[in-house]
Design a protein around this ligand. Sequence first.
Ligand code: ADP
Length: 154
Amino acid sequence: MSKKIAVFPGSFDPITKGHEDIVKRGLLLFDEIIIAIGENSTKNYFFPLEKRKSFIEKTFNGESKIKTDTYNGLTIDYCKKVNANFILRGLRNPSDFEFEKAIAQMNRTMAPEIETVLMLTAPEFSAISSTIVRDIIRNNGDVKQFVPSGVELK
Ligand code: ADP
């Protein structure tokens, strides 16, 4: 059987404990997970790409089944390039569900061979979002409880 490779796409601005949990649990399903930071030119990011990438690399340092990469363009095209048959995404609440459902179904129409797997967030992480983490950082608050230790702000 061929290696099961999943792409976990996102902005990861920055990576949170919620993302980390999805990746760790995803390892039970896949042989390899590529955390792929999408570069969307219309979005303004808080952390530069290199910083977001290094936070992720530090978080999963030493985990041979987890890779970190960046990409431009459609996620399905990136999946084809790296031979991934799965897209992994996390679900926190009904609005995540509606959003993810639309993307997954459109991706499926364009690339039926790529299966999207939606994993429910663990309850202790379901309130965590990168948006709120950024707000706390902007206001000089402590985000230690919400992000993995690989996110070094100083
Ligand atoms: P995007 O910009 O594509 O929304 P994110 O980096 O914010 O990218 O999120 C990437 C994926 O991680 C999405 O599927 C999102 O629903 C999921 N996610 C974000 N926060 C959490 C969390 N706390 N628990 C579980 N999944 C999460």
